[in-house]
Design a protein around this ligand. Structure first.
Ligand SMILES: [Fe+2]
Length: 402
């Protein structure tokens, strides 16, 4: 298609958009749209033009016409007049109706439904088929019959106007669908933002709960954070899924939340605990499990599992339930290693901080008895800078990522 044709098609579409709006306006205030519809008559015989226009004007009541005896003017007239119906003679010198219809295909969109009523004395089936294939919608036989002219033009105009109305309705619906889609998208975005806020609040609340449990012997909460981060390192080294690693990092800091119920004279005692005192201390696992039990969210469920099982031992001699090997949940086995490493490398009321090498050697020594050997292996594979950070603490930004 040439640029000129493309421009004309664009103008055609714009013009019809205006008319569609006009057609669905307040119909009560307007004349019969069939009577005011635009009719273009193209016939090289002036007498035919007069007959058709006269019949349609004085018998059918149509009021809006343009006509030409020169087929070369058709395209310009269509652009200027924007007809609803074209009455087109087939047999004209120089440029016949077939050629005109061929030209119009280039400027009128296929879905525009601008009906062409062909005027012809040649009523053979071949001529009709050729005209239909060329774009005609109906025929008027010459010599003209008044009733036939009225009926056929009226039929095509009605179809044309229905088509415009339908196109207009479709356009209105499309706009409505776009508006609703935008509203829905915004509601969805708002909901997601609310969910994110809720999740952040939830996580923050759990972090503060972990801090409350540690507050008496670690008012910075750094121990819980380090255990969370080292557990996440181990989760990654064990090739857990990213979302599981994230959950582990957030749930592991709650492992000792049950200590909130352990009396100070036991929790902060500088020397060795008596057997009775140790029994009380051991209850921090079951108390933690109870505090975190019944949660609907995966994070709380995992935190409950960790609180309850992080003092179980690989050989079955741990507490509170004496679980062994793989019957101990993986998260509990991971946190057992991370928690012990952190306890060893940091000062406690009853001990000095150990050097990293000594703590690593202790983990190796206890692999297969206290700890899952696979997890100790994963620990030994951690990078030196991760280990150093595990001892010295993590910047806030690193803690936010898994
Ligand atoms: Fe503990």
């Amino acid at each position: 298609m040439t640029d000129a044709n493309a421009k004309r098609r664009e103008e055609w579409n714009e013009g019809n958009a205006d008319r569609r709006a006009w057609n669905t306006g307040d119909q009560m205030m307007q004349e019969d749209p069939i009577k005011t519809a635009r009719i273009l008559i193209v016939d090289d015989q002036e007498v035919n033009v007069h007959f058709l226009e006269g019949t349609l004007r004085w018998v059918a009541g149509n009021t809006n016409f343009k006509s030409t005896t020169n087929p070369r003017e058709v395209e310009a007239l269509i652009a200027e007049f924007e007809p609803d119906l074209i009455l087109l003679d087939l047999h004209m010198p120089e440029r016949d109706g077939f050629m005109v219809m061929e030209d119009l295909k280039q400027v009128i969109p296929a879905d525009a439904f601008l009906p062409i009523l062909v005027l012809t004395a040649d009523v053979t089936p071949e001529a009709k088929q050729r005209a239909l294939a060329g774009g005609a919608k109906d025929f008027l036989s010459k010599p003209f019959d008044t009733t036939e002219v009225l009926l056929r033009s009226n039929n095509l105009l009605q179809t044309r106007l229905l088509h415009l109305e339908l196109a207009n309705q479709n356009q209105i619906l499309e706009v409505k669908v776009q508006e609703r889609t935008r509203d829905l998208q915004k509601a969805n975005d708002d909901l997601q933002a609310a969910h994110r806020d809720l999740e952040d609040a939830h996580i923050e609340m759990l972090e503060r709960m972990a801090l409350a449990a540690e507050y008496r012997d670690d008012d910075t909460g750094e121990h819980t954070k380090r255990v969370g981060q080292v557990s996440a390192f181990l989760g990654r080294a064990l090739r857990l899924a990213q979302d599981q690693v994230m959950l582990l990092r957030r749930a592991a800091p709650l492992h000792d939340v049950g200590k909130i119920a352990i009396p100070d004279q036991i929790l902060l005692k500088p020397g060795r605990l008596t057997a009775e005192e140790f029994e009380v201390l051991k209850t921090h696992t079951t108390i933690g499990g109870k505090i975190l039990s019944g949660g609907r969210f995966a994070l709380l469920k995992l935190a409950e599992e960790i609180a309850l099982t992080h003092h179980e031992r690989w050989d079955g001699t741990g507490y509170p339930h004496g679980l062994r090997e793989a019957t101990i949940p993986l998260a509990g086995r991971i946190v057992a290693v991370a928690d012990s490493f952190d306890a060893l490398t940091h000062e406690r009321p009853y001990k000095e901080a150990w050097a990293v090498e000594e703590a690593v050697a202790e983990l190796q020594r206890c692999a297969g008895t206290q700890f899952d050997p696979t997890i100790v292996d994963a620990f030994l594979g951690l990078r030196a800078d991760s280990l150093a950070a595990a001892v010295l603490g993590f910047p806030a930004a690193a803690r936010r990522g898994a």
